[in-house]
Design a protein around this ligand. Structure first.
Ligand SMILES: NC(=O)C1=CN([C@@H]2O[C@H](COP(=O)(O)OP(=O)(O)OC[C@H]3O[C@@H](n4cnc5c(N)ncnc54)[C@H](OP(=O)(O)O)[C@@H]3O)[C@@H](O)[C@H]2O)C=CC1
Ligand code: HEM
Length: 480
């Protein structure tokens, strides 16, 4: 989960193979797998120690008192657990893990992300207690094996059986001595924990300066465009940032894909956010207070004062690899267009510098108005490619899924879009067949960002191998 480290690795050319780079997309999945494994193995560990504590109570050893955890034979196992360091810390670890596991379920993360986030940060307490868990010295090993070979008889115990030579051999010279195991947890935990703490410290320092909000634009269908400025901020198309606006909540951080990145000619970077929840709603009210009646020219002293805004990131995502295929097929659903908007801006700035030779771009929206979020950009790129004699570089299709919302894109300047406008949902199989036929023996990168239904359908089609001669490689966008 060291996002900045993963972003750095994704950006360097050290990881050049697509297969290895795709592993970077799986960082969160890998983490969840480890987290679930920790929980399952913790259940095994705890069950074993419950049997263990009963043994400690029932098999109290009079012969070797140092080995006992119970204070006397038959001591209540619950008392042993609640009055020893391994017992108390073990109970706390189970409680923390249980809380983390419950709060990191998908439904909690989708509906109450902050509950997940704050419970998940208990991991710091978890690791500290884990280091203390072993200091109780419950598990011991014998230190004087030579002087007291395991199984030999007490040195000062007379025994009637002391007849045979080998028994005489077996006699030991001193009592058995035992030593607690040295705690080794810190050996396993300190490396990853230091790496992660360094990552969080780096992110804290980097995001401590507020950004300057340069422009706020209201778009159709409840979308707000925000253009910002931040010293030394650099980003690549496809990356995302995490916003924190103390005016809304100091405790909430929300990820948004960049729709424009800083370039040599333009320092600002931008996002498009759809007002769909309480945070975006409150944030939008702070950015654009309710329009006043009529047009008011504010005196200089009352010019717009935007809320303080902090940006953490940028962080990498699969969409960065759109440029690393000869042919890429990008599918956007609604506001899920944001990662590809940045890609289109980069192509507009200069499409010749990339490995990418052809881009199929399908964008599905409920209302026609949504396409106006990036209509200028799409038309500008279309005209540039025609002017530079590569009209086949961009294959664009726009779908309005709710036909009743269909009006006309009547303005002349949007003609390139109007002629590529289709009604209803795309016929994905037909699209794949068309792309497969035009790109025989090619590896096509399929990128999807939007409602889960779309990515599931595309993922299945990519893995269906229905298109002989063309390999479709699925890359699902998510805030990794
Ligand atoms: N970087 C990232 O990870 C980002 C992710 N997103 C995600 O993108 C999504 C976009 O949300 P929103 O703008 O509300 O999208 P909408 O819910 O408005 O859906 C957009 C379009 O997708 C269509 N659609 C839905 N399912 C399918 C399907 N199985 N096959 C074909 N078309 C389908 C809908 O058609 P219909 O009208 O028929 O339902 C609709 O026209 C959100 O879930 C958001 O989380 C957004 C931005 C960035
Ligand atoms: C029990 C099962 C677990 C699940 C399902 C789970 C799930 C997740 C998810 C989905 C994220 C990503 C959050 C995001 O990107 O917004 C995450 C992040 C993280 N998890 Fe877990 N986790 C689990 C257990 C654990 C455990 C046991 C630990 C440590 C003891 C842990 C430590 C972390 C850390 C440090 C992060 C990084 C947060 C960040 O920097 O963004 N997780 N976890």
């Amino acid at each position: 989960m060291c996002r900045s480290l993963l972003t750095f690795v994704r950006g360097t050319r050290t990881v050049s193979s697509r297969k290895t780079r795709r592993l970077l997309d799986k960082s969160k999945t890998f983490h969840v797998a480890c987290g679930v494994a920790i929980c399952i193995l913790s259940v095994v560990h705890v069950s074993a120690h419950l049997v263990n504590v009963i043994n400690f109570s029932e098999s109290y050893s009079d012969e070797f008192p140092a080995l006992n955890l119970a204070r006397y034979r038959g001591e209540d196992p619950k008392l042993i657990i609640l009055t020893t360091i391994p017992g108390v810390t073990g109970v706390l670890l189970v409680l923390i893990l249980f809380l983390m596991f419950l709060s990191s379920s998908h439904c909690v993360r989708v509906s109450h992300y902050e509950i997940f986030w704050y419970t998940h940060n208990l991991f710091i307490v978890f690791y500290v207690i884990l280091m203390v868990h072993m200091v109780g010295g419950a598990l011991k090993y014998q230190t004087n094996i030579e002087a007291h070979p395991p199984g030999c008889l007490e040195p000062n115990r007379t025994s009637t059986e002391r007849q045979s030579e080998e028994l005489q051999q077996g006699r030991c010279r001193e009592e058995a001595h035992f030593q607690p195991h040295c705690p080794q947890t810190w050996l396993w935990v300190s490396g990853p924990l230091c790496l992660y703490c360094a990552e969080r410290f780096f992110r804290y320092i980097r995001s401590s300066d507020p950004v300057t909000i340069v422009t706020v634009i209201r778009h159709p269908c409840d979308v707000i465009e925000l253009r910002m400025l931040k010293k030394n901020f650099a980003a690549r198309p496809g990356q995302y940032v995490v916003l924190n606006c103390p005016g809304v909540s100091s405790f909430e951080n929300h990820p948004f894909t960049l729709t424009t990145c800083p370039t040599e000619n333009k320092e600002t970077f931008g996002i498009h956010l759809r007002v769909v929840g309480d945070w975006t709603d409150r944030f939008t009210q702070l950015l654009l207070p309710q329009p006043r009646l009529g047009l008011e020219i504010l005196p200089m002293m009352q010019q717009r004062r935007y809320p303080k805004l902090y940006v953490d990131g940028p962080f990498g995502s699969p969409s960065e690899d759109v440029f690393n295929y000869d042919v890429s097929f990008c599918v956007a659903g609604g506001i899920g267009v944001t990662p590809f908007a940045c890609v289109l801006h980069a192509l507009l700035d200069g499409w010749t510098g990339f490995r990418l030779q052809r881009l199929y771009f399908v964008w599905v929206c409920r209302e026609l108005q949504s396409f106006f979020w990036f209509a200028e950009l799409l038309c500008a790129l279309h005209h540039k490619l025609w002017k530079e004699n590569r009209p086949d570089y961009l294959n664009l299709k726009l779908y309005v899924s709710q036909p009743e919302n269909l009006q006309r894109m009547s303005e002349e300047r949007y003609r390139p879009l109007a002629s590529r406008l289709l009604v209803g949902r795309p016929r994905w199989k037909h699209l794949f067949d068309e792309i497969g036929r035009s790109n025989k023996n090619k590896r096509v990168g399929v990128f999807c960002c939007g409602p889960k239904g779309i990515s599931r359908t595309l993922h299945k089609l990519c893995n269906s191998a229905r298109f002989p001669g063309t390999t479709f490689e699925f890359n699902k966008e998510s805030f990794s």
